[in-house]
Design a protein around this ligand. Structure first.
Ligand code: 4AD
Ligand code: MG
Length: 443
């Protein structure tokens, strides 16, 4: 059973006047004892099929009447172009086979009335039924756009001769602070799920010089916000001999490419979920300004926000700051005290580190964190001591500096965050098939 004809192609006019066989799922069905209108969906679109008892015979017609929503069917008929039809085409059916039926005792549970009646509210109801909710047109569009985003990231780096490189997910130490580490029992020892690929990428930096990955990272984030998951997809890159400015150029490059690929390949999907294409075009076409952390603090203080120099900016502050941005902005030169040991201290002004966050507009906030690394062994040891971090788990990392350390840097981009910001989703969990947060690990 090889499927060669997709509804999207039929709606694009490729089969007008021809007899074809379509395979898909029943989205809606209504009609009388003589004629039924079956709206068929597949991964590429929907089409109305007109099914007459006279044309398909009594027995088949009874089966069609019994084919509930989400039954899978094969249906053959002539394709007619018709302006009045949804999508511009309809099928006049000549035969139909029910492939996978739906038991009338258990009809498809996701309905308007079930959502309204759900005890825990609509959102929880849809999350409980996530495995079925994936079939809705909104989720289908989200997943297709997500795939485009992954493809853009791979293409950006591969076109520049970066090597794709994998790091372990079981690790012995933290990268981004101990408070968000997931502990895992490991044959009588305790290990952690990785928060970032970075430290292991730095070990391979002298071998590969330009490397990247897209992999899951894990953070035990207790707070549930519209931009936090406990398991998220992290696109990270590392480059030898690079400065903070060069790394930012790649961050800007990859985000602009993602926006431009979405516009080029997924404008229908973007529009279907109500996204303003002009905004996405602006993010693809405009340069991203760079400003220093100090300026951001002054701006926030000027807006009456209670924030002090030295604090890392949390979501509440980034939200206010980015509300009026028209394009993403880089914030650079955060205070040393706000960032972990691996950030390189600015040799000219020792209270800052040579780092950046890329903050997305529309009140979205951080989508990238990166910068130059502490690359000299002496400085690294001093930074670990200053933080009071036990060096045992980092001996391999220290070694990478002992044998021919070089200036280098990289960044991490939250892929789910970028999907959610660019698609205009209300919440990060809308863009990932099975979102994980502090309360939910099922289905
Ligand atoms: O800023 P973060 O913590 O930086 C790092 O992990 C560096 N080691 C990356 C590097 O330089 N290679 O995380 C990077 C990005 C954030 O900007 C954010 O987009 C995303 O990862 N991120 C999350 N996305 C979803 N849910 C979470 N809980 C996230 N935590 C971070
Ligand atoms: Mg960060």
């Amino acid at each position: 059973m090889v499927k060669t004809i997709f509804i999207g192609d039929v709606q694009a006019g490729k089969y007008d006047g021809q007899e074809v066989e379509l395979m898909g799922w029943v989205k809606r069905s209504r009609g009388s004892n003589k004629i039924r209108f079956v709206v068929l969906r597949d991964s590429t679109g929907v089409i109305q099929c007109v099914v007459k008892k006279d044309a398909i015979g009594e027995e088949s017609f009874e089966q069609v009447k019994g084919a509930l929503i989400e039954s899978s069917i094969k249906i053959t008929g002539i394709i007619n172009a018709d302006e009045r039809a949804d999508g511009g085409h309809e099928m006049i059916a000549s035969s139909i086979v029910i492939v996978g039926s739906v038991n009338p005792q258990h009809p498809f549970p996701i309905t308007e009335s079930a959502m309204k009646a759900a005890d825990g509210g609509e959102t929880e109801f849809l999350l409980d039924n996530r495995h079925l909710y994936l079939r809705t047109s909104r989720m289908t569009a989200m997943l297709q756009m997500r795939s485009t985003v992954f493809g853009s990231i791979h293409n950006y780096f591969r076109d520049l001769d970066f090597t794709e490189y994998q790091a372990p997910n079981f690790v012995a130490g933290a990268v981004e602070g101990g408070s968000t580490l997931f502990e895992v029992p490991y044959f009588g020892k305790k290990v952690y799920l990785t928060q970032s690929w970075q430290l292991y990428a730095e070990a391979a930096m002298p071998a590969l010089e330009r490397l990247y990955t897209i992999a899951p990272s894990f953070r035990a984030e207790k707070s549930r916000t519209r931009r936090h998951l406990t398991e998220f997809w992290h696109a990270e890159m590392e480059v030898a001999w690079a400065t903070n400015d060069e790394i930012m150029t790649h961050g800007e490059g990859v985000v602009r490419k993602i926006a431009s690929d979405l516009l080029e390949n997924r404008s229908t999907e973007l529009e279907s979920i109500g996204r303003d294409l002009e905004l996405v075009a602006r993010y693809a076409d405009s340069p991203y300004p760079r400003m220093r952390y100090d300026e951001a603090i002054e701006t926030l203080q000027g807006m009456g926000v209670d924030v002090e120099w030295g604090q890392d900016l949390d979501y509440s502050k980034e939200k206010v700051l980015t509300q009026d941005f028209d394009v993403p902005h880089f914030l650079t030169h955060y205070p040393k005290i706000a960032k972990p040991f691996y950030h390189r201290v600015d040799p000219d002004e020792g209270q800052y580190v040579l780092c950046h966050d890329l903050l997305a507009p529309e009140g979205y906030g951080e989508i990238i964190g990166g910068g130059e690394r502490t690359w000299s062994e002496a400085e690294l040891l001093a930074r670990l001591d200053e933080e009071g971090t036990d060096k045992a788990a980092y001996q391999f990392y220290i070694d990478t500096r002992s044998y021919g350390g070089v200036p280098h840097g990289g960044f991490g981009l939250g892929v789910d965050r970028v999907c959610s910001w660019l698609t205009g989703a209300d919440h990060i969990r809308e863009v990932i098939p099975f979102p994980r947060d502090s309360r939910r690990v099922s289905p």
